[in-house]
Design a binder for this molecule. Structure first.
Ligand code: NAD
Ligand code: ZN
Length: 365
């Protein structure tokens, strides 16, 4: 069991990572506060596997519980579902002396975190992420929120949890595609911040796919530490935190244009990272060989790297120009300088973007 401290002044907290540690949750919750009630927000899939151990742990620490179940999937990450969580909290007579426990993937974490940060002007919450993506990314850093019909994550709040408990055993029931989707974010952390970690993931790709405990726990711990380092330096994305968006501008466009059904987030991210690295290399920003190194590790993890031929360049560019992260008409992209280092460029031209998408689509990879 290892602990990573997130240093954010009075909002500081600890992320505990280990195998079989759901049983520690009760102790972790009670050491953070004297809560009268814990509302476990989860979905039916996750509840079937993990609600009981979580409830047992909370009960044995003397915490009263309530379970609020919401439907599974991104299409339910809406204000309507948040409203149902509020209803559940009111029905359970939750007051400011209680806490929310988000038990599930990134959808549950974002939504339960948002509900907790707004219910009665904000109550405490804990993250118990059960997908690899949520463990290495969504549960860390305090971004919470929901989607609107107009776009993803358009409503939300920065709100840090009181603690995060990552039990890697929960990954044993995770479908393979979801595991690979999380591995894409893990690779991204290596590309943007830590060359040695990138090589570690490359070397242990097949063990990670087989969920072998030893490299998996090390990969999760190092990946979480990278995100924590970035968030500690820039909690509210005033600058550095934007490097976490590498691959996401094109990745989000691909997800949106294919109706959020064809690709898992990490799959679209994998394709996006290749295109954006291609752009960086062609502009002379990234060292030669960067694209090939990225594509090689993604392929070893059996993630897609080729541009989807069903998508037109014009549609992708249009989707990017609508992206909320573009300021003043210029295209802002986080691009690698080399493996392990990334910077934000605020003035990428439309033409350079078009050229990279076309080149990627033309099958250079
Ligand atoms: N807040 C942030 O900083 C941040 C960062 C990255 C992503 N996100 C958000 O995270 C969401 C994606 O998260 P996700 O990829 O975890 O998807 P998800 O939450 O939809 O989970 C994927 C699927 O796996 C199932 N599942 C979860 N844990 C399981 C387990 N242990 N065993 C079996 N099945 C399990 C879920 O029911 C779901 O069907 C997106 O909404 C994205 O916007 C947020
Ligand atoms: Zn992502």
């Amino acid at each position: 069991m290892s602990e990573i401290k997130v240093n954010l002044g009075e909002r500081s907290y600890v992320i505990t990572i280990g195998s079989g540690i759901l049983s520690e949750l009760g102790k972790i919750v009670t050491s953070a506060g004297n809560y009268t009630l814990a509302a476990v927000v989860t979905n039916p899939t996750v509840a079937a596997h993990y609600a009981q151990p979580v409830l047992d742990s909370l009960h044995s620490a003397g915490v009263r519980t309530e379970v609020i179940t919401v439907p599974s999937g991104e299409r339910f990450k809406t204000l309507n579902t948040v409203r149902k969580i509020y209803d559940g909290l009111i029905e359970a007579k939750m007051d400011r002396g209680g806490a929310v426990i988000a038990l599930g993937g990134g959808v549950i974490g974002d939504m339960a975190g948002f509900a907790a940060s707004t219910y009665m002007r904000g109550i405490d919450f804990f993250q118990v992420p059960t997908t690899l993506l949520a463990q290495v990314d969504a549960s860390v850093g305090g971004k919470t929120g929901v989607d609107l019909p107009q776009g993803k994550n358009l409503v939300g709040a920065f709100c840090q949890p009181r603690a995060v408990v990552i039990d890697i055993d929960t990954l044993n029931t995770l479908p393979m595609r979801e595991l690979r989707s999380g591995l894409a974010e893990l690779v991204k952390h290596g590309i943007i911040y830590d060359q040695a970690f990138f090589h570690f993931v490359d070397r242990y790709a097949s063990e990670l796919l087989q969920r072998i405990e030893c490299p998996l726990i090390e990969a999760i711990t190092r990946s979480v530490q990278i995100k924590v380092n970035v968030v500690e330096q820039d909690e509210r994305e005033g600058g550095l935190r934007a490097i976490l968006n590498f691959g996401h501008t094109i990745g989000h466009a691909i997800e949106m244009l294919s109706g959020y059904g064809k690709y898992r987030h990490g799959e679209a991210l994998a394709i996006g990272m290749v295109t954006e690295a291609l752009l960086a290399e062609e502009m002379g920003i990234a060292e030669p060989g960067t694209v090939n190194a990225i594509a090689k590790v993604l392929a070893r993890l059996r993630l897609p790297i080729a541009m989807d031929p069903a998508l037109s360049t014009a549609d992708i560019v249009r989707a990017i120009e609508l992206d909320k992260k573009n300021i003043g008409g210029k295209i802002r992209l986080a691009l690698p300088i080399k493996i392990g280092e990334c910077r934000v460029f605020a003035d990428i031209t439309r033409d350079a973007l078009i050229a990279a998408i076309e080149r990627h689509g033309a099958g250079r990879l």
